[in-house]
Write a protein that binds this ligand. Structure first.
Ligand code: SF4
Ligand code: SF4
Length: 294
C-alpha cells in the first residue's frame, strides 16, 4: 500500500514579505511555535511507526518551515526510513541548505519558490547551486505575475536544463493567449496551472492514496475539502481510504489537481509528484512524450 501525505501544522509565519501572500512577515508567538514543533514531532513518530505503508510526505506549511530546526530535523530523519519513498517540503530557500548533507538524497527533495523582490537572483541561484552540488532533487518555480517575467526568464537561463522551472498562474488572474504563450515558453506545463480544473464528481486519488493531515492529526482527503474523514493518531484514517469523487466545483492548486484522476498528472510527474518534477524531465516533456494540454 502506498500513501502520499500532505502535512500542514499550525505554523503560519514567514521571513519574507511577498505582496501576494497573507503570511508575509507574520510572526508566530512562542507558544504556537512550541505547539507546531510538538505536532511535527508527533507526526514524524507516526511516520516512523507506520512501516506497513510506503509513505511519501510533503510538508506544506502556511509560512516558511525550513527556518525552523524541527522541519530540517524531520526532513533528515524521515529521509533515512526505508518505508519512506519521498520526503519533500515547500520552501522559499531562504535558509542555507547545508543541513541536507545529512539527509538521504535519494529520498529528500525540495519544492522551492523564487520570490523576486524578497531575495536577489544571485543569492537564490547560489542556494540552487548548493543543492546541485549535494545531489538533492528539487524543482524551482515562480508566481506568473507580469513583473516577475524578466526575473523568471533570467532564472530559467541561469539554471541547468535538468532543473525543472514551474510557473504558477497568479490567483484570480486571467491570462491572454500571448501572456500564456510567454509563460509556457518557460514552463511547458503552465497550461495545467493557467485555468482551474472542473473537478466536481470527478474521480480523485485524494482520500484514496493521498491525504491531508493537520497538526492535531485530523485527516481530510486534501487541503481543499474541509470534510474530516478520520484521524491519524487513532487509526481511523485506514478505514477512510477508498475511491472518491471530488465534491468541489474546481481544483486550481497543483498539490490538489496532481491527484485528479482524469488529468493523468500522476503519470506526467511519476517519481516526482510531491516535489513537482516531471518524469523524464527535460527530454520526455520537451519532445512531447507527455501530454501538455490541460
Ligand atoms: S515566501 Fe511564501 S509564505 Fe513567505 S511571504 Fe512569500 S509566499 Fe508567503
Ligand atoms: S480534485 Fe482537488 S479539491 Fe477535489 S478532492 Fe481532488 S485534490 Fe481535493
Amino acid at each position: 500500500m502506498k500513501l502520499a501525505v500532505l502535512y500542514r501544522g499550525p505554523l503560519a509565519s514567514c521571513n519574507y514579505d511577498c505582496p501576494y501572500c497573507p503570511f508575509a512577515k507574520r510572526h508566530d508567538p512562542p507558544g504556537l511555535l512550541r505547539e507546531d514543533r510538538a505536532a511535527l514531532e508527533r507526526f514524524t513518530g507516526w511516520v516512523a511507526a507506520t512501516t506497513d505503508v510506503r509513505l511519501s510526505v510533503l510538508f506544506t506549511p502556511w509560512g516558511e518551515g525550513l527556518t525552523r530546526s524541527w522541519y530540517r530535523d524531520a526532513m533528515v530523519s524521515l529521509s533515512h526510513l526505508p518505508h519512506v519513498e519521498r520526503v519533500a517540503i515547500q520552501t522559499n530557500l531562504a535558509a542555507r541548505p547545508d543541513w541536507l548533507a545529512a539527509a538521504d538524497p535519494a529520498t529528500a527533495a525540495l519544492w522551492a519558490t523564487y520570490h523576486p523582490g524578497q531575495v536577489t537572483r544571485e543569492r537564490f541561484l547560489a542556494r540552487c547551486a548548493a543543492l546541485l552540488r549535494m545531489g538533492v532533487r528539487f524543482s524551482v518555480g515562480v508566481v506568473g505575475l507580469p513583473e516577475h517575467l524578466d526575473e523568471a526568464r533570467a532564472l530559467r537561463a541561469a539554471l541547468p536544463e535538468r532543473v525543472y522551472v514551474w510557473v504558477n498562474a497568479a490567483e484570480g488572474r486571467r491570462y491572454t493567449p500571448e501572456e500564456e504563450a510567454r509563460w509556457t515558453a518557460l514552463d511547458p506545463l503552465f497550461g495545467y496551472s493557467v485555468r482551474p480544473h472542473l473537478s466536481l464528481d470527478r474521480p480523485c486519488h485524494a482520500g484514496e492514496t493521498a491525504i491531508s493531515v493537520r497538526g492535531d492529526g485530523t485527516v481530510r482527503r486534501c487541503h481543499f475539502v474541509q470534510e474530516e474523514i478520520g484521524n491519524l493518531y487513532d487509526g481511523t484514517w485506514r478505514a477512510a481510504l477508498r475511491p472518491r469523487t471530488c465534491v468541489n466545483a474546481i481544483c486550481d492548486c497543483h498539490i490538489g489537481y496532481v491527484h485528479l484522476k482524469p488529468l493523468g498528472l500522476r503519470e506526467v510527474f511519476a517519481g516526482g509528484v510531491l516535489e513537482r518534477i516531471p518524469a523524464g524531465w527535460p527530454d520526455a516533456v520537451i519532445s512531447g512524450h507527455v501530454p501538455l494540454d490541460a
